[in-house]
Design a binder for this molecule. Structure first.
Ligand SMILES: NC(=O)c1ccc[n+]([C@@H]2O[C@H](COP(=O)([O-])OP(=O)(O)OC[C@H]3O[C@@H](n4cnc5c(N)ncnc54)[C@H](OP(=O)(O)O)[C@@H]3O)[C@@H](O)[C@H]2O)c1
Length: 277
């Protein structure tokens, strides 16, 4: 099989970095995207000097610049893994005026994917979205309050953003499945990473104390991502679905609402300034 180009965001640490190592060792060309210049350069060095690019997803201009660079540098993109994300602390707005959890976890990858769409369809690419079981546990989705102005807690905002990842996956399949795109969302498990380091949520306790002994390794957390990136979507997995441990998994009941996924696409397009709402 010819070398495939796999772009992974959030590849400077944790699950994304583990997936990058694994996919690189399988002979793929991995393109590392991170936020921290030092960590991202180090992750790329670990892959024998892979290409790397920087973008802070709390700045949509960074996402636009990243998309322009990727289009210029890579004539094919076989896999886009939208993996960057995390849980935040107090409610904060980005320079773009959006609630930060929603922007980093959903609006930024939504924008990146849309800006790359033509390249992704030409490449018959797979788009993988790292979601979380938080979509079932914490989400209380309110399409009229996406910015969480009325009700905010770190857990709720995170759960809503991770539900948005699944709604986006469904809608990407509905809109572009026939144009050659395959897509899936997945929950990696409870993984011992730098996750929750920016949060005031109680989840920080789980990840930043000895309790993290109960979590799985980043390599184990990356297994479903690696499988989705390497298996054949026409044969081995179904596009538009949400996975856990390489199997279709039940999600929040709102994840199955086709009118909601369509409305979220339109609202997200409006929020990031795309015309295709
Ligand atoms: N760990 C878990 O148990 C767990 C469970 C369910 C889902 N997840 C999801 O898995 C994904 C990866 O998380 P992880 O556990 O591997 O955590 P991690 O070790 O903290 O890695 C997070 C990655 O996302 C990047 N990132 C964070 N904020 C960003 C921003 N504003 N702009 C651009 N990149 C940003 C980080 O970049 P820098 O390091 O360069 O700053 C890093 O590469 C996330 O989407 C997370 O929500 C994790």
């Amino acid at each position: 099989m010819p070398e495939r180009t796999i772009v992974i965001t959030g590849a400077s640490d944790g699950i994304g970095a583990a997936a990058a190592r694994s996919l690189h060792s399988l002979g793929n060309r991995v393109v590392v995207v991170g936020r921290s210049p030092e960590k991202t350069a180090a992750a790329a060095r670990d892959l024998g000097g892979a290409d790397y690019h920087l973008a802070d997803f709390a700045r949509l201009d960074d996402v636009r610049a990243l998309a322009a660079t990727l289009l210029e540098r890579y004539p094919r993109i076989d896999v886009l893994a939208n993996n960057a994300g995390g849980i935040m602390g107090r409610r904060e707005e980005t320079v773009d005026g959006h609630e930060k959890t929603l922007q980093v976890n959903h609006l930024a990858p939504f924008l990146l994917t849309n800006l790359l769409l033509e390249r992704l369809t030409e490449s018959r690419a797979t788009v993988i979205n790292t979601s979380s079981v938080a979509n079932s546990i914490f989400a209380r989705f309110d399409i009229g309050d996406l910015e969480a102005r009325r009700r905010y807690s770190p857990n709720r905002a995170y759960g809503n953003a991770k539900l948005a990842n699944i709604l986006f996956t469904r809608e990407l399949d509905a809109r572009y499945g026939n144009s050659g795109i395959s897509t899936a969302a997945f929950h990696p498990g409870g993984v011992a990473t730098s996750f929750a380091s920016e949060s005031t949520s109680m989840m920080r306790l789980m990840y930043r104390t000895l309790l993290n002994r109960f979590l799985i390794s980043p390599e184990q957390g990356a297994e479903t991502l690696v499988w989705l990136a390497t298996a054949d979507p026409a044969k081995d997995w179904q596009t538009g679905k949400y996975y856990y441990k390489c199997k279709i998994s039940p999600a929040n009941k709102d994840a199955y609402d086709a009118a909601l996924s369509s409305r979220l696409w339109e609202e997200s397009a409006r929020m990031v300034g795309l015309p295709n709402g």
